[in-house]
Design a protein. Sequence first.
Length: 262
Amino acid sequence: MKLELRSVTKTFLSKRGDTRALQDISLGVASGEFACLLGPSGCGKSTLLNLIAGLEKPDAGEVLMDGQPVTEPGRDRVVIFQEAALFPWLNVQDNVAFGLAAAGVPKAEQADRALQYLRLVHLGSFRKAFVHELSGGMKQRVALARALALEPEMLLMDEPFAALDAQTRDTLHGELQDIWAQTSKTIVFVTHNVREAFVLGDRVLLLSARPGRIKREFRCELPRPRHIEDQALVEATRAVLADLREEVGKAMQEEMEREQQT
């Protein structure tokens, strides 16, 4: 198993009181698998991703990568956030090469590898462009190329398409499926969109309202490439959507109760 979480619990302390984000999470992700974490806002999806990345530490339980405890960030795991976080003073190719320079990769190899992955995301002809010249979808493709250029074993994607328009998002769904097929990367993808989870994932893990627990697990065996409007996919997501709506309702009720207490 590439990734294992064993009875992981995480609590955050604040002036409003302790908030239990995750409770007794146990799961495994196989090498080369595309796993999606699905759940309502505030259920701990991003916290779970941060624990895998080594950006946070659990209060109880353990996170293992290839059988070794995750205690800090590592080059074997790269996070792609909702915001592309590109450097506006660098051109596209230099943005992609930035992490390679920090990793001590020789300068000639930096340029070659950056261009290789820009071509993989169909942006080779934009290598000399600057960030302000790119659309939102293009920025996320640059961020994806930057992550892939580091050649990590695992990509951790935190709602990277949430801020994009529907047409751009659908295009990136297709491109990400192609890239995953070509690279065989292990991907853990966070989303609150049921159809997005089923378009992309081999397996969808539904988290409950806070504190987040694994409520249900779904396997998606529909043939690829998948599209968000495919009738078979729409049918497959109906039961999941009902479960998600239930958890969203619980999350909203909890927020109202917390507001009444303040």
